[in-house]
Write a protein that binds this ligand. Structure first.
Ligand code: NAD
Ligand code: UD1
Length: 359
């Protein structure tokens, strides 16, 4: 047994006043924006990331925006020994767990890689947390956990089922958390189900930096606008939606980041009166926007032309989904404030200042 795993302190982090948060995957797209909002809200942040899908330049810029240096550990959540060391060295209030793989198509081709990274990785982390008596946990889930047949606006009690290994990995972690809080009521866990995160920090210094050709709509649109890609293929124009194109609930990444601060604040509030157990909360705007509406909004707000072509539906896509944002408003006191115009402007600002991302 590794000596470093022994926690000699009797202190229960659930009951202390410490503001230190471990952010796994904190160099990535959503994690970096969240570090900024956490620091602005008075939290101390330690980032743990294996850099498998990110670039340290993002952390450097995050520190510049936040005006504060951020302790960083390059490590994998599968490396339990290193995690124990990190928990020995720091007294955390809790963990926000972004670290994970997220490409749906890749998960179909390489399911074992996804289950190992996203499920086993989370299990290792939870075990280390438990050993160190740190039992406050915010998890990056996804609206993909909802069953396809659910009708929008989708609320948190809707049925869950997934088709891809990526989605299954998120759902499995939710089940694990649900069982964990039953076994040990000291845990406070919040599973944030994101709808479609887009946009970038308004400084234009950090943003989404997909490797290769983007799969998601907004980075594809901005890369067409900046001239890196020829034209957008709009997947399907015969859906039962306002204009035949797919409808989604796009949410600005800065709003999303603030939702994580609100989730931690909720956990903090509960540490005075017991723990929270498990809460699943949608982070979305509650509004749907079609592909064509997004393209038009992008063109108008950025004065750029986005060439597009209507093509076949993408296999696996559904016509429309958007979330019910009421639980977040009531429980977290949080709601999305930034508009589709903000999302387009900020995506473009980031893309035009950094045509090759962080490279
Ligand atoms: P991202 O790839 O930009 O960030 C994830 C970070 O985790 C990266 O920096 C990566 O290097 C790191 N990482 C991956 N595996 C790791 C491991 N085993 N150990 C340590 N670090 C590891 O992705 P993102 O868009 O910021 O997403 C963050 C989280 O939110 C992910 O869990 C993702 O599944 C989830 N999510 C994202 C979206 C989205 O559209 N971006 C939607 C729903 C849910
Ligand atoms: C995808 C993921 C989902 C993830 C979400 C947010 C799949 C099957 N699902 O969902 O798990 O939570 O991203 O990251 O990959 N579109 C085009 N042309 C393009 C790209 C997209 O027309 O080049 C359309 C799609 O058909 C869809 C909309 O734009 O109607 C949004 O697509 P996308 O950004 O990929 O997100 P989702 O499909 O919602």
């Amino acid at each position: 047994m590794n000596n470093k795993t022994i926690n000699t302190s009797n202190q229960n982090s659930n009951n202390n006043n410490n503001n230190k948060i471990l952010v796994t995957g904190g160099v990535g797209y959503i994690g970096s924006h969240t570090c900024i909002e956490l620091i602005a809200a008075g939290y101390d942040v330690v980032v743990y990331d294996n850099l498998s899908n990110s670039n340290l330049e993002a952390l450097k810029r995050t520190e510049q925006i936040a005006g504060k240096s951020i302790p960083f550990i390059e490590g994998d959540v599968l490396d339990k020994q290193l995690l124990h060391q990190v928990f020995d060295e720091h007294d955390f209030f809790g963990v926000i767990h972004f670290a994970g793989l997220k490409a749906v198509g890749e998960s179909v081709a390489e399911p074992l890689k996804y289950y190992k990274n996203n499920v086993t990785g989370t299990l290792e982390l939870l075990e280390v947390m438990q050993a160190h008596n740190v039992k406050n946990f915010v998890f990056s889930s996804s609206a993909t956990v909802y069953a396809e047949e659910e009708t929008s606006p989708i609320d948190e009690s809707a049925g869950r089922s997934c088709t891809s290994p990526y989605g299954q990995s998120k759902l499995m972690v939710e089940y694990i958390l649900e069982d964990l809080v039953v076994s040990d009521p000291e845990w406070s866990t919040v599973s944030l189900r994101y709808f479609n995160p887009v946009g970038a920090h308004p400084s234009g210094m950090i943003g989404e930096d997909p490797r290769g050709v983007p799969n998601n709509l907004m980075p594809y649109i901005s890369q067409v606008a900046v001239g890196k890609l020829d034209k957008l293929k709009i997947f399907g124009s015969d859906y039962k939606t306002i204009d035949g194109t797919g409808v989604r609930d796009y949410i600005h990444v800065v709003d999303l980041a603030r939702g994580h601060v609100a989730a931690l604040n909720l956990i903090k509030k509960h540490t005075n009166i017991g723990s929270l157990g498990f809460e699943a909360i949608n982070l979305g705007t509650g509004k749907g926007t079609s592909v064509l509406q997004l393209v038009k909004a992008f063109e108008i707000s950025t004065q750029q032309v986005v060439r597009f072509q209507l093509t076949e539906r993408r296999p696996g896509d559904i016509d429309a989904y958007y979330g019910n944002a009421e639980k977040a408003r009531q429980l977290l006191g949080w709601q999305a404030e930034l508009t589709i115009v903000d999302m387009c402007k900020d995506s473009w600002h980031w893309q035009s200042l950094n045509p090759n991302g962080y490279r």
